[in-house]
Design a protein around this ligand. Structure first.
Ligand SMILES: *[C@@H]1O[C@H](CO)[C@@H](O)[C@H](O)[C@H]1NC(C)=O
Ligand SMILES: *[C@@H]1O[C@H](CO)[C@@H](O)[C@H](O)[C@H]1NC(C)=O
Length: 182
């Protein structure tokens, strides 16, 4: 004897199938073991106006000063990343980011950027940085929201440590430490 299924019982069957599919998917994901990776590198920042600048304000409020410590300033940077603190130390890649001074007091910057690797170990891989912190503090911390290549599914955080500044050439040296699970 054929039983006629009404719409709602058909819907329940479809729903049950979807739920089974999702639980199989979830089981497969559980098998993916996250590993922790820690990296430490240095980056070289030139904020002077000139042909060699690697970090510059590009826009701000009309009629107001476009500077890092002014609310509403957007700046862009593309700094060399090296293994050691010397400029001649082996290259790892670049830190490429936009940042906007987002607190009215001019201290906090919202940073959205990437570590773009070109070294042999991680060539073509990236780590995505996102977050807000006091851009003038000795150590800043930002989130890692994702990654590509060797760092797919990455989450974690980075610290950015201010090390030195040479005002004659507007050169600042920073260390970036990355702690991620991926
Ligand atoms: C820019 O960099 C080049 C190559 O390193 C250097 O020769 C030149 O003096 C630099 N210019 C300025 C204004 O710092
Ligand atoms: C970054 O890593 C280096 C090397 O492991 C360590 O000496 C330094 O204290 C770390 N910096 C921060 C802010 O954790």
């Amino acid at each position: 004897m054929a039983t006629k299924m009404n719409f709602s019982s058909k819907f329940m069957v479809v729903l049950a199938i979807i739920m089974v599919m999702f639980s199989i998917q979830a089981k497969a994901d559980d098998n993916h073991q996250l590993k922790e990776t820690k990296l430490s590198a240095f980056f070289h920042d030139y904020s002077s106006v000139g042909p060699n600048a690697t970090d510059l304000p590009v826009v701000g409020f009309p009629g107001k000063l476009w500077r890092y410590d002014k609310f509403g300033t957007l700046y862009v940077l593309d700094d060399l990343l090296t293994e050691g603190r010397e400029l001649t130390s082996p290259k790892i890649g670049r830190i490429q980011a936009i940042a906007v001074t987002v607190s009215l007091d001019g201290l906090n910057a919202q940073v959205s950027g990437s570590l773009v690797f070109t070294n042999q170990a991680y060539d073509g891989s990236t780590i995505q940085i996102l977050g807000v912190d006091n851009q003038f503090s000795a150590i800043g911390e930002y989130g890692v929201t994702s990654g590509t290549g060797k760092f797919r599914y990455a989450t974690g955080y980075i610290t950015i440590e201010f090390l030195s500044f040479d005002s004659s050439i507007s050169y600042a040296l920073f260390r970036v430490n990355v702690t991620i699970r991926h």
